[in-house]
Every structure is written in structure tokens, then in C-alpha cells.
Design a protein around this ligand. Structure first.
Ligand SMILES: [Zn+2]
Length: 272
């Protein structure tokens, strides 16, 4: 009798515990998804798994195939720099670019290092502010640092002297901070005119870089052409974390899209 009573109590307890564990499977799935993109978690395994990818990123070709690259203008020459949102290449690669320099998550540096992710950062001095140390760390793990003006002004329509000050001024800042002389320039908001191209050339810029695809809070959007990634596409990752996923999560999603389409990531500067 006593044993049977005890068994009954145990059975009830087991049922209750079982219920508690099976509550809200969606929530548990959500937690699992969150764990997948969390680095250095309990299941920290190979780098690609730590950052939410099911397979490692394929290495970019060691010898880029770049037919007379549109990124290779003539610095100081009379020709205006080309404006590019796509690099013609037969390599199955795309290029990752990040703007402004507002987001300074130290774990993004870990991500770039762990995945050996070749990224290009277009920096604006007034946005980076006191955060140049973060970009020095990114540079140390392989990120390219390029020019996105001093103050993020919309350049189109501004007089030559103003445009030149915005571009050359940031060339000087980046040189003073990192010893680099950027060759690539992205105009804020993607807006420019021929004065911009002239000023950029006079500041040592060899290509003005826009983007054909943008990774927003939800998914990829395209500025023109086919609505899927193509080899040579330049992708801008929206840096605004105020709405939706963090820069790291956005990057993981984007890398999954890139892998789904049989592509990998290459360094933009290697194709210029
Ligand atoms: Zn910007």
C-alpha cells in the first residue's frame, strides 16, 4: 500500500516535471537559435559553428581573377575614378562592406578574426569619434579601412572646396591614426556628382564604391538588377542596430545567404 502510494506520487511528479519541460517549445527553439549565434558558448566548437554557420566559409581564390579591374583607376591622373557597385569577375566571391563606424562591438572583432572574414570598413571621423581603437583592432585582424568623409555630409551639389575638405580631411585622419592612405571612397548616402569624383581623385582615391545589395534588418535588398547575389557583388551591411538584429547577427544571416548561393567572401581591396 505504502509502496503503491509512493509510486503514484512519483508518477504525478514525473508528469508535472515532464509538463514543465515541454512548455513552450517555440521558446526553447528560439533559445537554441540564439545559442547558435552566441560565440564561446558551452558548445563552442569550430569557428564557423561558433558564429552560427553550418559549414566553414570557402577560402577566396589566392589569385583573384580581375579583368582590367574597374577599381584600378589612375591616382593623380586626369581620369575621374570609376563608380562601382559590382566587380566583374568569374570568381564566385562577393564583398562585405560596413559604413560609418558607429557600432563597436568587441565580439565583432572576434567574429572577423575567427572566420578570417575579409571586410572593408568605410569610416566617418565624426561617427567613429573616440572609437578608433576598435578599428585598429579590426585592422589588426585583417579589415580594410577606407574613407567615408569627415562629417557624413551629403556631398552632391556642394562646392568643390567643401567636398575636397570632407574627403581629403578624412584621408589625413586615417593616415594619422593608422598610417594608411585609403584608395576607396564611399560617399555618404551613396549620393555624389562629378565634383565629388574630381575631389576624390585629387585626394588620391582610385574608386568610388557603392553597393548592389544591402543587408538590412530582415534580409538582402538590391539597388538594381537581378534579386539574387551574383559573383562580384558589393554588399553593404546596414550598420543601424537600433532596429532589429545586431551587426554580428546580420553578418551571420548574410553569410548563410552567401553560402546558400555557392559563393564566398573575398577582400575588396584584392580586386582593385
Ligand atoms: Zn554612412
Amino acid at each position: 500500500m505504502r509502496t503503491r502510494g509512493l509510486l503514484a506520487v512519483l508518477l504525478i511528479l514525473a508528469t508535472l516535471t515532464g509538463c514543465a519541460q515541454s512548455v513552450d517549445p517555440i521558446e526553447r527553439l528560439g533559445k537554441k537559435a540564439a545559442e547558435r549565434v552566441r560565440p564561446h558558448g558551452p558548445d563552442a566548437g569550430p569557428p564557423h559553428r561558433r558564429w552560427g554557420l553550418t559549414a566553414p566559409l570557402a577560402p577566396a581564390p589566392t589569385r583573384p581573377s580581375r579583368p582590367s579591374g574597374p577599381l584600378s583607376g589612375s591616382p593623380g591622373g586626369t581620369a575621374l575614378p570609376p563608380v562601382v557597385d559590382h566587380v566583374p569577375t568569374r570568381d564566385r566571391v562577393v564583398f562585405l562592406t560596413y559604413d560609418d563606424g558607429a557600432e563597436r562591438d568587441p565580439r565583432f572583432v572576434d567574429m572577423v578574426r575567427d572566420l578570417r572574414l575579409p571586410v572593408t570598413m568605410f569610416l566617418t571621423d565624426s561617427v567613429v569619434g573616440p572609437g578608433y581603437g576598435h578599428f585598429a583592432r579590426l585592422r589588426a585582424v585583417g579589415a580594410g579601412l577606407q574613407n567615408h568623409t569627415l562629417d557624413h555630409a551629403a556631398l552632391r551639389g556642394l562646392p568643390y572646396t567643401g567636398q575636397r575638405a570632407e574627403i581629403c580631411g578624412q584621408q589625413e585622419k586615417l593616415h594619422a591614426r593608422f598610417g594608411v592612405r585609403p584608395r576607396l571612397f564611399r560617399p555618404p548616402y551613396g549620393t555624389y556628382d562629378t565634383t565629388t569624383l574630381r575631389a576624390a581623385a585629387d585626394c588620391g582615391i582610385t574608386a568610388v564604391v557603392l553597393w548592389r545589395a544591402a543587408m538590412g534588418p530582415a534580409d538582402l535588398t538590391y539597388t538594381r538588377g537581378t534579386h539574387r547575389l551574383r559573383p562580384g557583388d558589393i554588399i553593404a551591411v546596414d550598420p543601424d542596430e537600433s532596429l532589429g538584429p545586431t551587426l554580428r547577427e546580420r553578418t551571420t544571416r548574410l553569410l548563410r545567404r552567401i553560402q546558400e548561393q555557392g559563393l564566398t567572401v573575398a577582400r575588396l581591396e584584392d580586386y582593385g
